[in-house]
Design a protein around this ligand. Structure first.
Ligand code: GUN
Length: 283
């Protein structure tokens, strides 16, 4: 293997120590404890596991978290009222509604109801707009984690060709925007893209976020590239990414593993966003 592994678990642990220290300082100097409300509707096993991870990570760094596990047939209006309550609760600095929501609840109505000042997911249109207009706002957690990992390689993003495979609102589009903000030349590929391999082979930085197991094969990767795998696919009970890891690691310069790559960074960025929110609004 020639690639260096970008160890998300290790990087996340180091960042969480730093966050913990800042949370301690905030408590000691201002008597302020960052608070995070997490709302989970229904009992999708993957969502339950993500929410447990968020709860545990919050506790580890001293963030006060409130997790509400709500029934899958919950009326949309009840969820919206709960959001209203957290919006006006001074002990809560971040609100996260776990997605996906059951079909009878409008994701957009829910996201729009969260106060933009507590929207630690960065999904509210105000925060989306701030990201696209170079303003200061919440940056979605997975894209923020990806950027941290790219920085860790020491590769200067400016002027590089970054190719993002996937155009989701949660990952593909915001990560493309973040890379553009750092002066990369950015190409976004998606299901209608012609000659995907021809484009990915040009990538100095390649982000795979489509949810197709092992889509990115070694012949699609430029030698020495930074390869970030956002895929979380379950194949025969095993977790595999969107990148065909072993063969691609022979070609790439840097690569993130699955699991243990982007995943641990996502939760870390949620903690960081919650801390930032408390610092800004908690006076
Ligand atoms: N479901 C999958 N990823 C996410 C995320 O980043 N935030 C929320 N709220 N739900 C998700």
């Amino acid at each position: 293997m020639s690639a260096q592994i970008l160890d998300g678990k290790r990087l996340a642990a180091a960042l969480r120590q730093q966050i913990k220290k800042e949370v301690d300082d905030l408590r000691k100097t201002r008597g302020l404890v960052p608070g995070l409300a997490v709302l989970l509707v229904g009992d999708d096993p993957a969502s339950q596991s993500y929410v447990r991870g968020k709860e545990k990570a919050s506790a580890e760094v001293g963030i006060h978290s409130v997790v509400e596990h709500l029934p899958g047939d919950l009326a949309e209006e009840v969820l919206l009222e709960k959001i209203d309550r957290y919006n006006s609760d001074p002990a809560i600095h971040g609100i996260l509604v776990q997605l996906p929501l059951p079909g009878h609840i409008s994701q957009d109505r829910v996201i729009h109801r969260i106060s933009p000042e507590k929207d630690v997911d960065g999904f509210h249109p105000w925060n989306v707009g701030r990201l696209y207009s170079d303003g200061e706002g919440f940056i979605p957690c997975t894209p923020a984690g990806i950027l941290e990992m790219v920085h860790r390689t020491g590769v200067d993003v400016a002027g590089r060709h970054a190719v993002v495979v996937g155009r989701s609102r949660i990952v593909g589009r915001p990560v493309a925007q973040l890379l553009l903000r750092e002066n990369a030349t950015v190409t976004i590929c998606h299901s209608k893209t012609r000659d995907l391999p021809g484009l990915t082979r040009q990538a100095d930085i390649l982000v795979a976020a489509v949810g197709r197991p092992r889509l990115i094969t070694a012949d699609m990767v430029k030698p020495g590239a930074v390869v970030i795998d956002v895929g979380v696919n379950r194949v025969d009970g095993r977790l595999v990414g969107d990148v065909d890891f072993e063969p691609v690691a022979e070609v790439a310069g840097w690569i993130t593993p699955v699991p243990g790559g982007v995943g641990p960074m996502t939760i870390t960025m949620l903690l960081s966003n919650t801390l930032w929110s408390a610092k800004r609004t908690g006076k």
